[in-house]
Design a protein around this ligand. Structure first.
Ligand SMILES: C[S@@+](CC[C@H](N)C(=O)[O-])C[C@H]1O[C@@H](n2cnc3c(N)ncnc32)[C@H](O)[C@@H]1O
Length: 218
């Protein structure tokens, strides 16, 4: 098992390949198979358009933020890596409606008011959150969603721990991380009166989404 303590100190900024992230992703047909489709699917669920506000957690080099901003949405991107965000900043001009913020714990401590986003999205980052902290991360993401807003995630994930173990035994390029287990996430969303939807893109990659209940009628 990965020690949580070690994982918490695992920082993107400590690795040289971080500065080549986009090229590494494009060249990787295993871990990042169907990457572009996953990002498009997550963006479609967030329905970016002028007047909509989208929060991208673990925004990294800003690829998903660029898709959403390109369709007119206002995007706030959070990440804990200055080197990833530096690449993101290079993709945007002053007029782009994108705000990129370096924060220590982007899933668990979102520096934004309750209900301030129409959609909360994330791609290939939630697996950095240890299992025992995922329920709190979900609650924090739901907190900043407006009633009726959409949560959408693309990441390595598994239906359950058994499927995860099977994949770890099958794919030698897959390293153990805190991959989301769908059966463990469902009750967390159910507690927020949200129903988790799923679509599998590769043997290890899923898009998950759920809508926050609309505000009760007065
Ligand atoms: C594999 S990259 C994904 C970047 C981008 N979202 C994408 O789809 O290409 C993972 C990102 O998550 C960030 N990250 C690492 N640990 C994190 C954590 N605990 N919470 C939020 N983001 C984290 C990293 O700095 C990195 O930018």
């Amino acid at each position: 098992m990965i020690e949580e303590d070690k994982e918490m100190r695992w920082r993107f900024d400590d690795y040289d390949w971080v500065d080549r992230y986009d090229e590494e992703v494009a060249a990787d047909s295993e871990l990042y198979a169907r990457y572009d489709e996953v990002l498009e699917a997550v963006a479609d669920l967030a329905a970016p358009a002028p007047g909509r506000r989208i929060l991208d957690i673990g925004a990294g080099t800003g690829t998903l933020a660029a898709i959403c901003a390109g369709r007119g949405a206002e995007v706030v991107g959070l990440d804990s890596s200055e080197r990833m965000l530096a690449q993101a900043r290079a993709k945007f001009g002053h007029d782009d409606p994108v705000q990129l913020l370096l924060v220590p714990d982007p899933f668990l401590d979102i520096p934004c008011p309750d209900g301030s986003f129409d959609a909360v999205v994330s791609t290939y980052a939630f697996h950095h959150v240890p299992h025992q902290k995922k329920p709190g991360a979900v609650r924090e993401m739901v907190r900043v969603l407006r009633p009726g807003g959409v949560w959408a995630l693309g990441d390595l994930a598994f239906e359950n721990a058994q499927e995860e173990a099977r994949a770890l035994g099958r794919f030698n390029w897959l390293e153990e991380e805190h991959f989301a287990r769908i059966d463990e996430l469902r009750p967390v969303f159910a507690d927020a009166a949200m129903s988790l939807n799923t679509k599998q893109f590769t043997p290890v990659t899923w898009v998950l989404w759920a809508s926050k209940p609309p505000a009760a009628a007065e």
